[in-house]
Design a protein around this ligand. Structure first.
Ligand code: 6R9
Length: 647
């Protein structure tokens, strides 16, 4: 192995409270080889071991990547909620399922046991069913990170309804589009939320969105703060008042699901659906082997459940494996920068899973002396997700968060993959700061040369990352747009799943993710599409054309720069600010551009396409723009450069 390798801390295995699920790298290789050589037998065995099926499947998987028609556990039936709640409630009813850490550390935290979780979920199921929610309907959930958000997700899963969890940072307009698209008749929210000491007006946002969603018949409101809020009699109902009327247990008659699915709304309108059993198995297998989760563990993932990370690793993976999931409502810097350490200490967390954007922020302000009263020696595994983690941030994380005692796993994956694709197996895989390391079980990777479209074999190759074999938690379609699904993932390189990321395979076969090769921007681990932001800008009455570029940013990974030209070149004093507000209100504050540049004209090809490549080079300070001859009017470049140098 090359010299930048960090081996698993010597005490890791010695201090393990039980026995790791995989004990050596050899074991990993043996399992991995089995999973690639005989995937059906491997996944069938894993499914039977980790999931409880109500009806056995007769075929492990069918279909091909070429045709994009993969299906898993055909003929089988299970209920995701039963797997995440009932079976643990039956076995160990008093085990904590959820620990809730409120935004303000002075407020009381709450522990919800598996039997209590079963009761809450069952009561919500009773309510939702009475309100007409059935298998296949889509319920929209717009809630802060509180246990009731998880209850809502699981209640949908129990019915076989589809949950569309919309991140509570989205604006009323973005929420409206998603409710309309889902045709939700029931929306679940809170009166307000609290985040980083600030109030988020969830109910007000839903009210505004609902004005153009006449199909909503029920707005279920959980009382989080007790604020005075507007009320629409007949439509709005309180969670606490309603749910107690329903039985604490719903019988199993309508449980069995086959093709019902989780449904994600992404900023780029990507909506994917997955097989329930396949998705749940991806979550459980990676939870078990990558994170080494055991039932006694307390797993703290700081992701929001409105994004895939929270979806899979706050809800489904820890609960399917029957451990305790820690739900944190707040932010890493409130009331102070040591909040994560304090939470981990207070709840004796064994795992922490977060994003490089937060680590970069904390690294700036935390000193060793701030942590001298912290004892987090029970912390075994530290995960990173969302974007590449720079080696110096990796090392900081290893040292400051884990005291060089915990295994660090940089987990590379995507909404569409459902669960980890490349990750170090905690306590097993020798680590290399900055590399996501080795493929996960059942994931057959390929690096493709973008020029020749050929797969590059062997080590020391760089190209586009693709996957050669189907895996259970992969998305099976884009709802209502299967052609887009085929074009985005399977028609790019025939026979492969196309990830959209560039990657390098080093001399040891380790993978280094280079970032997106398409028009996706990653700001603080939030995946945004340039086209949605550009459309939001163009909706503004004064904007003629807009181009959105992601530029490297020390704190947020990438930052959004928007370059616009105005109708009749009519400049106003407040235009830059107005456009930032425009994006905040149409998409959400997290998509706000760091810079807005107003120019006379944008560089275009002769066919009228904006040449973002040149703009990107200009914004990142490059002086060589490559071939600019296709730009319609080369003089526009000089003018843009002038504007850039003035900002
Ligand atoms: C889980 C999640 C997916 C995109 C993905 C890639 C980037 C995620 C990463 C990473 C490097 C990692 N990404 N994890 N890049 N190293 N460990 O983030 O899903 O929101 O769909 O984003 O995020 O570019 O293609 P999603």
């Amino acid at each position: 192995m090359s010299e930048d390798t960090i081996s698993v801390p010597a005490q890791w295995r010695a201090q393990h409270p039980t026995t790791p699920h995989i004990v050596s790298l050899l074991d990993y290789h043996a399992l991995y080889n089995e999973s690639i050589q005989n995937p059906s037998a491997f996944w069938s065995k894993q499914a039977k071991e980790l999931l409880s099926f109500t009806r056995d499947f007769h075929t492990t998987n069918t279909g091909s990547l070429e045709n994009g028609d993969n299906a898993w556990f055909v003929g089988g039936g299970l209920n995701a909620c039963f797997n995440c709640v009932d079976r643990h409630a039956i076995q160990d009813p008093h085990r904590a399922a959820i620990i809730y850490e409120p935004d303000n550390p002075a407020d009381e935290s709450r522990v919800i046991t598996y039997s209590e979780l079963l009761r809450h979920v069952s009561q919500l199921v009773g309510f939702l069913r009475e309100r007409g929610v059935r298998k296949g309907n889509i319920v929209t959930i717009y809630m802060p990170m509180i246990p009731e958000a998880v209850v809502a997700v699981l209640a949908c899963a129990r019915i076989g309804a589809i949950h569309s969890v919309v991140f509570a940072g989205f604006s009323a307009e973005a929420l409206r589009d998603r409710i309309q698209d889902a045709k939700s008749t029931v929306v679940i929210t809170t009166d307000e939320g609290r985040r980083g000491g600030k109030t988020i007006s969830t109910k007000r946002v839903v009210d505004e969105a609902a004005r153009e969603c006449p199909e909503i018949t029920t707005l279920l409101v959980y009382k989080r703060t007790g604020a005075d809020i507007p009320w629409m009699a007949g439509r709005d109902v309180w969670w606490d008042e309603e749910l107690k009327r329903y039985p604490a247990y719903t019988p199993r008659k309508s449980w069995i699901q086959r093709t019902t699915c989780s449904y994600f709304t992404h900023p780029d309108r990507l909506e994917s659906r997955k097989d329930t059993a396949g998705y749940l198995l991806g979550a459980a297998v990676t939870g078990k082997y990558v994170f080494d989760i055991h039932p006694e563990d307390r797993f703290f993932c700081s992701g929001d459940i409105g994004w895939i990370t929270g979806h899979t690793y706050v809800v489904y993976a820890p609960l399917a494996l029957g451990c305790t999931t820690v739900i944190f409502e707040g932010t890493p810097t409130y009331p102070s920068h040591t909040r994560f350490w304090e939470i981990i200490q207070r709840h004796a967390c064994t795992h922490f899973y977060g994003a490089p954007t937060a680590f970069r922020l904390l690294k700036r302000s935390i000193e060793k002396k701030d942590l001298q009263n912290i004892d987090n020696s029970q912390l075994r595994v530290l995960g990173s997700v969302g974007e590449p983690i720079a080696p110096e941030i990796w090392k900081w994380y290893y040292e400051f968060m884990g005291n060089e005692n915990a295994a660090v796993t940089d987990t590379y994956w995507q909404t569409e993959t459902g669960s980890h694709i490349i990750a170090a197996y905690a306590g097993v895989t020798p680590m290399k700061p900055g590399s996501a390391t080795l493929p996960c079980l059942g994931i057959d990777l390929a690096i493709i040369d973008p020029v020749s479209d050929e797969e590059l074999k062997g080590n020391l190759v760089e190209g586009v990352l693709a996957i050669k074999q189907p895996w259970p938690s992969m998305a099976r379609t884009i709802r209502g747009n299967h052609d887009r699904y085929m074009d985005s993932y399977f028609n790019v390189y025939k026979g492969y799943y196309f990830t959209g990321d560039g990657a390098f395979r080093d001399q040891d076969g380790y993978y280094w993710i280079r970032g997106r090769v398409d028009d996706v921007i990653n700001v603080s681990g939030h995946r945004l599409s340039t086209s949605e932001i550009e459309s939001a800008l163009i909706e503004h009455a004064s904007v003629a054309e807009a181009a959105v570029i992601g530029v490297p940013d020390e704190l947020t990974g990438q930052a959004i720069n928007a370059i616009v030209s105005l109708k009749n070149n009519h400049m106003t004093e407040t235009i830059e600010r107005d456009l930032v507000v425009q994006i905040r209100t149409t998409i959400g504050p997290f998509a706000a551009p760091k810079k807005v540049l107003v120019v006379q004209d944008l560089p275009k090809t002769r066919s009228g396409k904006i040449v973002r490549r040149i703009l990107r080079k200009m914004l990142t300070g490059e002086t060589e723009f490559g071939d600019t001859s296709t730009a319609t009017d080369p003089s526009v470049l000089g003018e843009i450069l002038k504007v850039i140098s003035c900002v």
